[in-house]
Structures are given as C-alpha cells and as structure tokens.
Design a protein around this ligand. Structure first.
Ligand SMILES: [Zn+2]
Length: 83
C-alpha cells in the first residue's frame, strides 16, 4: 500500500514491532524512482500499485523508508521538497 505523508513528515511513522511492543519505525524517507532504479528491490505488487496511481514513467518519484521499505506518496509543497 502507498502511504500519505503528514505535513512536515520526514521519517517513517509506521508501527513496527520493537522490543516486544509496537513503535514508530523512524526510518528516513529517501527519494525513490521505482521505474528508473536498476536496483529497485520493490515487490511487484507495490510496483503495480504505484503504476496505477502515477503511471510507469521513469521520472515517477515517491519516497521510500530506508528501514522498512514503506512507500509514501509525495505531497506538493511539503517540507520533503528539501530532502
Ligand atoms: Zn519505515
């Protein structure tokens, strides 16, 4: 699934199991070009979902968590433009 970014969100907030409880992932979000990146390790289902939303152009940009690999939909005019 593709997640929506909150205003000014720069880290991943998905709850993941840590130390026997759920905590926010806190992984940094990186720019990710799912259709241009030769080394894309994205699973095919997620890729198909991105394609449905954004098309399959090489310039399609989303954000990807470095830790858990969650995909976020970029928001125009968000602080992420600075990343
Ligand atoms: Zn994450």
């Amino acid at each position: 699934m593709i997640h929506n970014l909150l205003p000014q969100q720069t880290v991943c907030l998905l709850p993941i199991p840590k130390h026997d409880k759920e905590e926010p992932c806190n992984g940094h979000l990186r720019k990710f070009y799912p259709f241009a990146d030769f080394f894309s390790d994205l699973d095919e289902g997620l890729k198909a979902e991105i394609k449905k939303d954004f098309g399959g152009a090489k310039t399609v940009l989303v954000y990807k968590c470095r830790l858990c690999g969650a995909i976020y939909r970029p928001r125009p005019n968000s602080i992420l433009a600075k990343l």
